[in-house]
Write a protein that binds this ligand. Structure first.
Ligand SMILES: C[S@@+](CC[C@H](N)C(=O)[O-])C[C@H]1O[C@@H](n2cnc3c(N)ncnc32)[C@H](O)[C@@H]1O
Length: 302
């Protein structure tokens, strides 16, 4: 917060930022790059500013080369109950997978205080407070195949890539950083198959491959916001067509304005995503998966 307030009143730093490509003038990315190059965080604005000005070339190179693509495994606490309603074995296709950490719903235990628990995976526990008729799965999803696509997949076995992922977690969020480290350890045991490319282009091939192994499920969280409006609409149409043809299920978890035809009149609170199955909202989910509010009317599952 101190850094953001400091930047707001600092014309020299405004000029520093103006030299970056517009799409790279993102606070989260600039702050992350400054931390990457030694700005102590949380810390005083003066120390952050000094890193920007004294290490300008290096910080700008990082900003140009890297992106904010936080991979939040906590979201599995929202996605897994939906996956539990589908007949397996499942073949998961995650679009916008980042490092692919959300491709392992079967490797975690879950605690949904207020609704129930799912244990026995031998993995770390993910927790989301729960309200409404959450369909707590009796068993873990049977995942026969998992694959994904990302514009810039991060390799979980590459220390530099996972250090950058850690660096993207806000400094005061120790619990989140710890969860990320555990998730990387889980994924490293079986590094996920994530291809490089645009999700709209790579989806057909991935679906073909998935269909050889189980019931294909296309899933995504915090991804479609990155698409231009036209592509969001196109993606919606593609997915609706695939679901209508019985080619796959579609599990989406996005901010309410991102897929307006999915959200419809489903009202969610601030900071909540719309969790939907096959284009129908089933729950409101905290953006990082810490809360799950199952829909009581209208959607699938009650
Ligand atoms: C905020 S991250 C979310 C990652 C993961 N889904 C999660 O929930 O933790 C968004 C990811 O979408 C990817 N992405 C954005 N636009 C994309 C596109 N057109 N095709 C493929 N991946 C894309 C980004 O590279 C980034 O890794």
């Amino acid at each position: 917060m101190a850094w953001a307030l400091g930047v707001a009143d600092d014309p020299e730093v405004h000029a520093w930022l103006a030299d970056l490509p517009r799409i790279k003038q993102q606070p989260n990315l600039v702050f992350a790059a400054a931390r990457w190059h030694g700005a102590p965080a949380p810390g005083k604005y003066a120390a952050f500013r000094a890193v920007l000005l004294e290490r300008e070339e290096a910080v700008k190179a990082t900003i140009r080369a890297r992106a904010t693509q936080t991979n939040e495994v906590g979201r599995l606490a929202a996605l897994t109950p939906v996956l539990g309603t589908l007949d397996g074995p499942l073949a998961l296709v995650e679009v916008g997978a980042s490092a692919g950490l959300c491709l392992f719903p079967d490797r975690y235990d879950y605690d949904w205080p207020g609704a129930g628990r799912l244990t026995g995976s031998g993995g770390p526990t993910l927790t989301a407070t729960a309200t409404g008729p959450v369909p707590v799965p009796a068993t873990h999803p049977d995942v026969a195949w998992r694959g994904g696509v990302d514009l810039n997949p991060l390799d979980v076995t590459d220390q530099d890539a996972t250090s950058w992922l850690e660096n993207l977690v806000w400094p005061e969020q120790d619990e989140r950083r710890e969860r990320l480290r555990e998730a990387v350890a889980v994924a490293r045991r079986e590094p996920p198959y994530v291809v490089r490319g645009d999700l709209l282009e790579r989806l057909p091939d991935l679906l073909r491959e998935a269909g050889r192994h189980g019931t294909p499920v296309v899933l995504h969280s915090a991804v479609i916001a990155y698409l231009e409006d036209d592509d969001r609409e196109r993606f919606h149409d593609v997915m609706t067509g695939l679901v209508a043809d019985g080619a796959c299920h579609w599990v989406s978890n996005e901010a309410p304005r991102v897929l307006p035809r999915v959200t419809g009149d489903f009202a969610v609170g601030p900071g909540r995503f719309v969790l939907a199955l096959d284009g129908v909202p089933v729950a409101a989910a905290h953006g990082h998966g810490h809360a799950l509010e199952w829909r009581t009317t209208g959607g699938a599952g009650g």
